[in-house]
Design a protein around this ligand. Sequence first.
Ligand code: FES
Length: 120
Amino acid sequence: MIPVCRLEDLPAGESVRLDLEPPIAVFNADGELYAIDDTCTHQDASLAEGWLEGCLVECPLHAASFDLRTGRPTCLPARKAVRTHPVSVLDGTVWVHVESAQPVPATAPHATAAGQGSAA
Ligand code: FES
């Protein structure tokens, strides 16, 4: 399990990007928490920077939409699903259950702390 943030730091309509390998995006969709790979399967845009509407997130680059519950695209140009990951809340902390992701080493040029998305 990987800690994401405090639950109060992820209000409805917001997202958090975890700089893992691969990156993970965690969304609060009207009170329900979802985690998916944060890389659009069309051309690698960050879905954490997309627009959230209900359980759908729209890619900020070419507007493909993904269902957060299944990871499946709901419209073109994306054709391939993103992976989904279980999310839980324990003592007020949001956790994502990812088996294959690893923290980005501190020496990597793009290593940063988990950032905030702007999915509103
Ligand atoms: S990069 Fe996401 S739809 Fe093109």
